[in-house]
Write a protein that binds this ligand. Sequence first.
Ligand code: ATP
Ligand code: MG
Length: 421
Amino acid sequence: MKIKAINGFKDILLDTVLRWQHIEQTARDIFERFGMREIRTPILEKTELFSRSIGEATDIVEKEMYTFTDKGITMRPEATASLLRAFIEHGLHVLQPVQRLYTIGPMFRHERPQKGRLRQFHQMDVEIIGAHEPQVDAELMAMGQMLMDALGLSVSLEINSLGCPDCRPGFRAHLIKYLEERKEDLCPDCRRRLTINPLRTLDCKNRGCKALVQDAPSILDALCNNCSEHFAAVEQTLNLLGVSYKKNRFMVRGLDYYTRTTFEFITDELGAQAAVGAGGRYDGLIRQLGGPDLPGIGFALGIERLVLLMTQQDNCKALKPSTDLFIAALGKEAAEYAAVLVHKCREHNLKTAMDYSGRSLKAQMKQAARTDSRYTLIIGDRELSEKKAILRNMQTQEQVTFPLGESIEKQAKKLPIIIQS
Ligand code: ATP
Ligand code: MG
């Protein structure tokens, strides 16, 4: 019996890996332009870290975590909690009052696998810790938008504010009252969550709930002065930076730690999996986790969804494997010579390939085409004795004679100059 991968856990193969690498490299370049530094944290953490930060009454903690129940440890379902744990544990704020951090890696949630929704998925997560200014919120969103643009992806940015411990409880009570009066029309999930997590109702996917919340009180009207000034300044900065956005008063995040600004990068091209990235402020969380009283804001992008979108929006044509040079050798002596030349060319930064099977020239040229080689160098025993080979440009089909008189070392230096010019 063949053993297959577990449902919801996926291999990332060949050409798809090129997309992943492109996304990660582009992200690293852009993150670093914004002063972000990478940290890497373990996949396993104490379960308590997530229940205390994400919140007991969230879907993630209630039913999606992979927990080793006998050991009290959990495979991380998201990155912020781990990152903050490391930040606090190593006192990183002492090194720098404002820390800009990012991490890239796998996360685990026990969800129903479907397009863009896996049990092991991957996030690129960024956090700015120690800054409360609204400009930072806007800067982070602008960075996300810059990355989307660099990847050629068209997505839209939606923003909301979830208020703070001063104004949210009032809004929450107001909302509960509104929902209580219409309890019969809520879906069973929302009815159950009514008193523990009523805000979730605002972004419930159920049609009845959706219709019902259209006339619900708006959190944006309920913000305290400080939160409302903060939100206005975020909007103003986004406008200054030329970042387009839409306000969405129904946006609630599925993690309890958010305060004030929350945002999502969304698409309508991935069915129900609309968010490619999401995040927000979590002032108060670091203290709650036993750290200093510092504000923070961050967001995470789902790499699988970015890859899907890239493939769907047809942005990966340039991402193909290629070889600079294929050396086709005919005859035993030529093959020996070629093996050394291939090795030397690789030392000189050329992606070089050859075929050791001694097949016909035609078969080797086919192989060269299959590796998408830009050039082929053809060396036969006769060419070797006459100290010349044929260098063919595979695109233009042009051929020139390449002298083999000098040492292999010298030729290996010469080839990149011809090929890369
Ligand atoms: P969703 O609305 O899809 O459930 P979420 O609100 O649970 O997303 P976050 O916890 O904010 O998502 O994670 C940030 C990003 O990580 C999401 O925008 C998405 O791109 C990605 N993501 C989350 N869960 C999954 C998953 N199970 N499979 C693939 N990607 C995911
Ligand atoms: Mg989710």
